[in-house]
Design a protein around this ligand. Structure first.
Ligand code: 6AU
Length: 279
């Protein structure tokens, strides 16, 4: 499982999913492989952080169900919030990723993705799912994505192949079976890649976008099992996008940290490519 040395720009024209091509194009154009994880409870703070950090990221990740509902005064407010996320994404040229980690049978995830309070499919370009229920989860989510404006041109799915936390079952054979699941018919043009800690098995004609959480330049972990690596370690190991939460969001100066992680991620990408690629 050796990491790809192709550039984001090269992969932007050949990646097998339309949303993957869009994302790689943004990464190459903005010269960033940074995804910020906006894990803070205030919707106002999330929007103001994004307005500042937007120029340095390719992707903004949310946990919308972790925002206290009291932060919104009505359902209309929730809609306003997601509309503002979409507007910022357009303005600053990044995509949205709701980190919902779906994990149920196809029929149930269909309802969870398309309706409920947050209507994730209406606004989030990317979401993710566990492979534990089997490939019905991929088919169920796909049905919803195909029904939104633009369909699979505007929506993509990641499978969780590996997790960053201590004691996780998602590694080794589980990771490999998850990759196998992403080769299925219902995954074509829809599953763009994985949440994983590094490169996954990639056959001729395949190109998986690997996104890696558990990235921090200051600390090694937290009190609840999170484990951190540096941007350099994960990118050299085959990660295409670094996901950084508290390293940016909990910092005294989030913009300064976003620039620092953006630079570290890009430098590691150049090192992996073996040359000073600038796209
Ligand atoms: O940088 P942190 O530790 O503050 O935040 C990491 C973010 C959190 C987690 O829910 C998420 O990344 N995450 C994921 C994702 C993205 O799916 C998987 C995983 O294995 N570990 C992990 O931390 O929002």
């Amino acid at each position: 499982m050796s990491p790809s040395t192709d550039t984001y720009a090269q992969r932007a024209s050949t990646h097998p999913t339309p949303l993957g091509r869009k994302l790689l194009t943004i990464m190459s154009r903005k010269k960033t492989n940074l995804c910020v994880s906006l894990d803070t409870p205030s919707p106002v703070e999330i929007l103001s952080l994004l307005a500042d950090i937007g120029p340095y990221i390719c992707l903004a990740k949310t946990h919308i169900d972790a925002i206290p509902f009291t932060a919104f005064s009505s359902f209309e407010d929730v809609h306003q919030f997601t509309a503002s996320l979409e507007a910022l994404a357009k303005e600053h040229d990044f995509l949205l990723f709701e980190d919902r980690k779906f994990a149920d049978i196809g029929n149930t995830v269909k309802a969870q993705y398309g309706s409920g309070i947050y209507k994730i499919a209406d606004w989030s370009h990317i979401t993710n799912a566990h492979s534990v229920p089997g490939d019905g989860i991929i088919a169920g989510l796909r049905e919803v994505a195909e029904g939104v404006e633009g369909g699979l041109e505007n929506r993509g799915l990641l499978l969780l192949a590996e997790m960053s936390s201590k004691g996780t079952l998602a590694k080794g054979a589980y990771r490999d079976t998850t990759v196998e699941m992403a080769r299925g018919e219902k995954a074509k043009g829809w599953v763009m890649g994985f949440i994983a800690q590094g490169a996954v098995e990639t056959r001729e004609g395949e190109d998986w976008i690997v996104m890696t959480p558990g990235v921090n330049l200051g600390v090694k972990g937290d009190a609840l099992g999170q484990q951190y690596n540096t941007p350099e370690k994960v990118v050299l190991g085959g990660s295409d996008i670094i996901i950084v939460g508290r390293g940016i969001v909990a910092a005294a100066d989030p913009v300064k940290e976003a620039v620092r992680y953006r630079d570290a991620g890009w430098k590691a990408y150049q090192k992996r490519a073996g040359r000073e690629v600038d796209e």
